[in-house]
Design a protein around this ligand. Structure first.
Ligand code: DHE
Length: 517
């Protein structure tokens, strides 16, 4: 309720003359503002800003205004608006706001909802599934998530999520709680023991992802809008701190935030600054971070001791914009994709500077990178969003040891310690119904699967023991197609509504080298 009160207050306080300045502003206030906010920042409906709508073509936006959106509260306006008015509204919601909007502590605190006190939660699971072999499956079609028993391969619960969930949900270190981020800034905490939503908060207007500290105390949220990082209490999602993302006179969107568990710090990728940030969240953070923070203090003239300055920022300066990070197991090195394309840069996090460049064609999707031991070294493999290739990189020499031609560009690569194959999709190509299996020893494509001919197959995830591989068929009448990972035969098909990613508790909290973290 409180967030609706906030919206109402915002609507009442906003001067009518400011938004009824043109006929289309008047139309927006009349038909859209009550759900999408007077300033288009989102309310019960998503924010209507270009940053939030990049994934919808103008034609699709018009269609949604005209016909509404299935499985949401968005009605169609075909009988109330002319084609011209619909086009005008489309142009309006695709135009930027004159200033970067704010979403401050007060707005966040107002949006916070605690559904149940954690002290009232049961000590044991209310279900009989192995809590470490559960999956959470994000179903984008009707904005729900399914909790799947990984032993019986069946659903045990389904619940509504915020609209437009993106990126990997993150688990508390014990695997009990899962934290979900939506592109519209809503963060949700769900209890996998009692199968209920614990809390939610709106931490931004356009959010990228979240990370949780390895001690389970702190959630950090990365935002495109506003240009902030937000610290939440992982206990109940109460906002603790807003960190403006600025350097000198410039501010930056945040591409993503990652947990560097061995370093007890968050690592931050920035869209508009040639820097990587490291933010320690605990006094156990590696001494080198502490030392570098002190150096930074000396340079900047700030003299507060580290333990009195929660979440101090260590800035690593680059000569390029780096996006989409991959880390080695010790989190000593990060590999980032260069904005100019064609290469990746390796940053040594202890010495705080780039140390190597990796020749990577197209646009590697490093966030989906995985590793495995290979001929006395460890290799990292990355799919590619633009080229039909998987690049294999030796993590000692940072040389590319193999480029494996695939059926097409794809998003995700997955494996498991117990399987000889890495599974890659070609979902960004005309071959999007194919999944290819790369032999981790020979570095060649060993098998091609076509789960449902003509339907897009994408994200793969393994059960805790690596015995079964679950493939998302990403369409409204989609499914999870489940394969025996050894015989490669289909064992089960579970109908799902646009399943995007699915995440196995044990694989994630144990940081399996075959999955993203
Ligand atoms: Fe994602 C993860 C960025 C488009 C589905 N995606 C991530 C992460 C980032 C990212 C930074 C890591 C976050 C995390 O898990 O903590 N994604 C981007 C983009 O910049 C890009 C290319 C454009 C954009 O609009 O943001 C993009 N992503 C997509 C899609 O179109 C996908 C296929 C469908 C969707 O949901 O929008 C998509 N992204 C995913 C999924 C993950 C993800 C399923 C989690 C992967 C995992 O297994 O961990």
């Amino acid at each position: 309720m409180r967030r609706y009160r906030l919206l109402l207050a915002a609507l009442l306080l906003w001067p009518m003359s400011a938004y009824a300045a043109t006929p289309v502003d008047g139309l927006y206030q009349q038909h859209c503002a009550s759900c999408h906010h007077a300033e288009r920042l989102g309310g019960s409906g998503p924010a209507l800003l270009p940053e939030n709508l990049t994934r919808l073509s103008p034609q699709k936006v018009e269609q949604v205004i005209r016909d509404g959106r299935a499985a949401t509260q968005m009605p169609g306006f075909a009988t109330q608006l002319t084609d011209e008015q619909i086009q005008q509204l489309t142009a309006l919601v695709r135009s930027p706001l004159p200033q970067i909007p704010t979403w401050d502590m007060a707005a966040m605190t107002e949006s916070h909802q605690l559904f149940i006190d954690r002290r009232q939660l049961p000590e044991q699971p209310v279900h009989h599934a192995d809590p470490l072999n559960l999956f959470i499956v994000i179903e984008q079609g009707d904005h729900h998530a399914t909790i799947l028993d990984g032993d019986r391969l069946e659903s045990i619960h389904r619940f509504a999520t915020p609209i437009a969930v993106h990126g990997g949900p993150k688990f508390s270190p014990d695997g009990r709680f899962v934290f979900i981020a939506s592109r519209n800034g809503w963060i949700m905490q769900f209890d996998l023991y009692s199968l209920q939503v614990v809390a939610q908060v709106r931490a931004g207007i356009n959010t990228r992802n979240l990370a949780i500290s390895d001690d389970g105390t702190t959630v950090m949220v990365a935002n495109y809008l506003p240009h902030t990082l937000v610290v939440l209490d992982a206990h109940d999602l109460r906002p603790r701190k807003v960190i403006p993302v600025t350097h000198q006179q410039h501010s930056s969107r945040v591409s993503a935030v990652y947990t560097a568990a061995p370093r007890h710090s968050f690592i931050v990728a920035l869209k508009d600054l040639q820097q990587v940030w490291e933010i320690p969240y605990s006094n156990q953070a590696k001494p080198v971070i502490t030392a570098l923070v002190h150096d930074y203090r000396a340079e900047s003239g700030e003299d507060l001791p580290i333990d009195k300055t929660p979440f101090p920022i260590r800035r690593i300066h680059l000569n390029n914009y780096l996006d989409d990070f991959f880390f080695d197991a010790s989190y000593t090195h990060l590999l980032g994709a260069s904005r100019d394309g064609g290469r990746g840069e390796v940053v040594h996090l202890d010495v705080g500077r780039p140390i190597a460049s990796v020749d990577l064609p197209g646009l590697p999707h490093l966030g989906s990178g995985i590793t495995w031991p290979w001929r006395g070294t460890t290799v990292m493999a990355t799919p590619n969003l633009k080229e039909p290739v998987v690049s294999i990189i030796d993590m000692k020499s940072w040389q590319v040891v193999q480029r494996i031609a695939t059926a097409g560009p794809g998003f995700f690569l997955r494996s498991h310690e117990q399987t000889p194959y890495a599974w890659v999709d070609a979902s960004l190509s005309s071959e999007k119904d194919k999944i290819q299996l790369i032999d981790k020893e020979t570095l060649t494509v060993a098998h091609t699967l076509q789960p449902i001919p003509g339907k897009p197959a994408s994200h793969v995830e393994f059960t805790r023991d690596g015995r079964f591989a679950l493939v998302s068929i990403q369409s409204a009448d989609g499914a999870l197609v489940i394969y025996d990972a050894h015989t490669l035969t289909e064992v089960k098909r579970l109908p799902m509504n646009m399943p995007s990613g699915k995440y196995n508790v044990a694989n994630k909290i144990n940081r399996s080298s075959g999955t993203s973290h």
